[in-house]
Every structure is written in structure tokens, then in C-alpha cells.
Design a protein around this ligand. Sequence first.
Ligand code: GLN
Length: 192
Amino acid sequence: MVIGILGVQGAVREHEQILRTLGVETVVVKSVTDLDGIDGLVLPGGESTTMRRLIDRYGLLDVLRSKVTTLPMFGTCAGMILLASELNEGPAHLQAIPMKVRRNAFGRQVDSFETMLAVEGVGQDVEAVFIRAPYVEQVGEGVRVLAKAEDAIVTVETDLHLACSFHPELTTDSRLHHYFIQKINQSRSISV
Ligand code: GLN
């Protein structure tokens, strides 16, 4: 299995390391040809507006949008914002998951915080680092809520995609990445 990591900006190396410890080959995606042959794509945390500018500059927007119905994607923090079909401000990006996402949603006083979360299907006490994090305000059809923090939706999935508001790549807890790998395997067996 080969998993691509969108490599335009953000926490790219950290995802690479976790995926490698799980025995997966990784490719840093910076151009359209880097997408060839990957089985899944991670969209890391960072700054979504900067990432979008670079996605446009590298000519990746149309090809990424065309892959949202077939290529499993896992967005963390800014990556979740990139996957949303609607944002509280500004135009949406890849529109892979029918959900409305609010950027920088937890407010100034709690810009960053860490907590332990129960994530359905993944486990109890999942380490979650939130940094100027978004949350999901509304979910559309086919979106399952896997975790909430302070009553806000912070992890969701569809049959194909996974997204969380926090940064699992900044912890030693690899269970969400493992869960994504399982989703890729499931989606392969369905499409074969
Ligand atoms: N606040 C950032 C944004 O709007 C996301 C923060 C993050 O990825 N840690 O894109």
C-alpha cells in the first residue's frame, strides 16, 4: 500500500513517520504525477488558505477534486477544512465530504489545547492536540460523527474519507492512521 501526503505546506514529515511505523510506503505529493498509483491521500494540518494557494499554484485543484469519489482521503485540522463542502467563511476547497466546517472555531482563549477523546471505531483515550482548530457545524448525508469535544463535532467519516479537527500526527498515538489504513483496505475490497 502506498499513501500520499499532500506536501505543499504543514505537518508533512510527522504523517510520513507515523505511516512508516505502520509499515506503509509514503509519497510526498507536490505535483499531479505524484498522485499516480497511490491508494490513499493524507491532507495534513497547517494553514488552509496557504495550502489552497499552493494547490492552485501547483495545478493540483482539478485533479484532486476529480479524485474525491474514488481516492480515500484523511484530513487533519487544515486538511479537514480542505475536505469540507462548505465553510463558515470563504469558498470551499476539495468538497469531498458534505459538511459545514467553521475555521478557528474554539475561540481565542483556547487557541490550543490537548485532550483525550473517545473516537467511535478507533478507541478510548485517543490523544488529541488542537491548534487553532476547526470543528464541524453540520453534517450532510452519508457522514458519520465519530467524536465530539466540548459538544462540537471533531471527527467524521464517510465510506471513503476520514477527517479530524486535531493533529494525530503530533502524538505517538497512531490509531487514527491505522483506522485510515483499514478504511483504504475496505474501500478496495468493495470496489474490486
Ligand atoms: N487555523 C488553520 C486554518 O484555518 C488550521 C490550523 C491547523 O491546521 N493547525 O487553516
